[in-house]
Design a protein around this ligand. Structure first.
Ligand code: ZN
Length: 314
């Protein structure tokens, strides 16, 4: 009786497996044939936007991190892994931003997936912000991952994405090249307006909630003082707060920048203490639903950032 029960169970399990395999086989085929477009998964907003711009209507792009979510602590769930198994291309920024990529990529069965580390070829800044060892959950490894905030780096990421799309879908190579050309020229113009505007401002120090602007500052001769380290929401200690307050007073900093996806509490406390005001500077780690609905993208938000910097540093 027992033996029989086990046998029956084994048979059932086997049938379920075979049936499941048949089903997923069919689903896979249907999916591949659906609209003839490349299915691209991206790890968070900036590389999503760059992929949409280059891929246009020849690709389906799905961003893994939901709108309005801060990506530093985010990790993919089972739905995301299932999507990656079905995808043709996976784009991530790299340089340590997405700490989960290595283990997730190793775990995938999708051997045809073209994997693109968009920051490849960019010279990386050291991640000095996380020196204290101990309970550092937000350790990004050895590099500052916020490469995309320098428009020239954004251009390089877009180029790497363009190369990957051309490789995965050579029939539309000219289309991807032409989109890349259009947007790389826009990024050059953005870079030029950052150069001209920031060269003309008398003050060069910005106080920001987390140190996302290392590449931007290096490109345009600014210095950032971060209330927190390379990742937001790591509570600053009172000593750090006092240092920042001293810095604000000594350098007559008029504006304390905060960002929409993290709490403005600490920036507000420092502003109150020093008489400075608070203003948004967006590290473009993710856009809110409202921003996306309003048609904002990397370039439009960077233009707002530039206006905010100009006002704060004049
Ligand atoms: Zn960050």
């Amino acid at each position: 009786m027992r033996k029989n029960a086990i046998r029956t169970n084994c048979f059932l399990a086997f049938s379920v497996l075979v049936f499941g395999a048949l089903l997923s086989g069919c689903a896979g085929k249907e999916k591949a044939a659906d609209d003839g477009k490349l299915n691209v998964m991206t790890s968070f907003y900036p590389v999503y936007d760059f992929t949409v711009k280059v891929g246009g209507d020849k690709v389906n792009v799905k961003d893994m991190v939901p709108a309005g979510t801060e990506p530093h602590d985010w990790e993919p769930g089972t739905r995301d892994i299932a999507d990656l198994e079905e995808a043709d291309v996976f784009v991530y920024s790299g340089a340590g931003m997405e700490h989960w990529t290595e283990s997730v990529i190793h775990s995938l069965d999708n051997k045809d997936l073209l994997i693109v580390e968009a920051s490849k070829g960019i010279s990386l800044r050291e991640g000095h912000g996380e020196e204290e060892e101990g309970e550092e959950e937000h350790d990004h490894g050895e590099f500052d991952p916020h490469v995309w905030l320098d428009p020239q780096n954004a251009k390089k990421e877009m180029e790497n994405i363009k190369d990957a799309l051309c490789k995965a879908d050579p029939d539309h190579k000219d289309y991807y090249e032409s989109n890349y050309k259009t947007y790389s020229e826009k990024l050059d113009r953005l870079d030029q307006s950052f150069k001209e505007t920031l060269a003309a401002v008398p003050n060069k120090s910005i106080v920001v909630s987390h140190e996302a602007y290392g590449y931007l500052c290096a490109a345009y001769g600014l210095t950032q003082v971060g209330i927190e380290g390379l990742a937001p929401d790591s509570e600053p200690d009172p000593a750090r707060m006092a240092e920042v307050i001293d810095f604000v007073r000594e350098n007559k900093v008029k504006t304390i920048f905060f960002e929409e996806l993290a709490s403005p509490k600490v920036a507000e406390a420092i502003a109150k203490e020093t008489g400075a005001k608070t203003e948004v500077l967006n590290p473009i780690e993710g856009l809110s639903d409202e921003e996306l609905k309003a048609g904002e993208d990397y370039i439009s938000v960077m233009e707002k950032n530039l206006a905010a910097l100009k006002e704060a540093l004049e």
